[in-house]
Ligand binder design. Sequence first.
Ligand SMILES: Nc1ncnc2c1ncn2[C@@H]1O[C@H](COP(=O)(O)OP(=O)(O)OP(=O)(O)O)[C@@H](O)[C@H]1O
Ligand SMILES: [Mg+2]
Length: 256
Amino acid sequence: MSDRREHMLEARGIAKSFGALKVANNVTLELDAGERRAIIGPNGAGKTTLFNLLTGEIAPDAGTVLLDQKDITRLTPDARARRGLGRSFQKNNLFRGLTVRESLTLSAMIALGKARQFWRDPGSDVEIAERIDQTALWVNLAGELDLPTDALSYGARRQLEVGLALAARPKVLLLDEPTSGMSPEDTGIMLELLNSLPSDLAMLIIEHDMDLVYGAAQRVTVLNYGEIVFEGTPEEARASDEVKRIYLGDWGDHHA
Ligand SMILES: Nc1ncnc2c1ncn2[C@@H]1O[C@H](COP(=O)(O)OP(=O)(O)OP(=O)(O)O)[C@@H](O)[C@H]1O
Ligand SMILES: [Mg+2]
């Protein structure tokens, strides 16, 4: 067994049912500092629900979540975020009517418990301003900082969503289908962006796009009916008969 002290995020025996539907069935997984792991699985497998259980949007029926070796199972989503658990959502989730810079600043200030200062004087904090410039570089939006978020292309909006999570400077980032609905070009940009992030940032990425899985993740976890049915490298996942069966042959033909 690997050394527990290294784990940035750990789920132990997480279980959750919605009525008769078991959406998380004894889910145990570990994410080390700097590790990038993809979570794949069919629609309805329970991937987003697992993120909601990790972030505290939903309470588990059983099991424990640890962040940086501390039990966070009973903390609110805000408290988990302040301890370094960041997430971006599967569906577009931007502040309306703000510019890119304002959105990133607000996200950083919320994370620092300074949201009220934002509404008084958003540009007042030099440290945050520097953080926002760095974040904008990471997510390829340095040239768009003063545009309203409504003016961004779809791909740029999704980049901003990753930026909003990064503005809080998480230790662990959970990304729910960061390339869903994107063109192949924008998917390529997202892949480069994710690979340019600081190497100590741990990431769990729910993803259907196999180019992104191959390009961004060292490990793959396959979820089916709320249960982990496979763990390994992307290459091992592709060679696995069980994984192939689950995907019924629609496993990235362009990689063949
Ligand atoms: N709050 C809820 N109450 C009842 N059922 C729910 C709730 N949230 C999700 N479900 C159900 O749990 C199952 C898992 O949903 P979830 O959104 O986690 O799947 P997913 O793997 O993220 O799928 P997708 O790839 O389509 O995003 C689905 O059958 C869904 O309908
Ligand atoms: Mg989902």
